[in-house]
Design a protein around this ligand. Structure first.
Ligand SMILES: [Zn+2]
Length: 105
C-alpha cells in the first residue's frame, strides 16, 4: 500500500537548475538543527491530494509539484511544502545570525 510507485529512473537534464544527483531518483538529504531531513521532490502528477504547507500555512493544490520532507526515522510526520517555502526555510535558519552587535570600530 505504498503511495510511491516505481518512478522511472530517468535523469532529466535541467538547465539552470543544478540539483545534485541524488541516490534515489528525486530524494536528497539536508541537515539542520533538528537533525537529518529526507527531502523528496514530488512532481505534480504524484500529488493527488491537497496538502497544507507548514511554511506559509497555505494549501498546496492538487497536481502541484512540491517538496516532501521528514526527519530521518520519522516518516509518519512528513510534511508537504511548496518548493519555494522549503527553500526559504533554509535561508531562515536561526543559526545564520551574525554578530551584528559587534562595534564597527
Ligand atoms: Zn508554502
Amino acid at each position: 500500500m505504498s503511495p510511491r510507485k516505481n518512478y522511472p529512473k530517468k535523469r532529466r537534464p535541467k538547465s539552470g537548475d543544478d540539483e545534485p544527483i541524488t541516490i534515489a531518483s528525486n530524494q536528497s538529504f539536508e541537515e539542520d538543527d533538528n537533525g537529518l531531513w529526507i527531502v523528496r521532490k514530488l512532481t505534480g502528477s504524484a500529488a493527488n491530494k491537497p496538502y497544507r504547507c507548514p511554511g506559509c500555512d497555505q494549501v498546496i493544490p492538487m497536481a502541484t509539484p512540491h517538496t516532501v520532507a521528514w526527519l530521518d526515522g520519522d516518516e509518519d510526520n512528513r510534511r508537504h511544502w511548496h518548493n519555494a517555502c522549503w527553500t526559504k526555510r533554509n535561508n531562515r535558519r536561526p543559526r545564520t545570525e551574525r554578530t551584528r552587535n559587534a562595534p564597527r570600530y
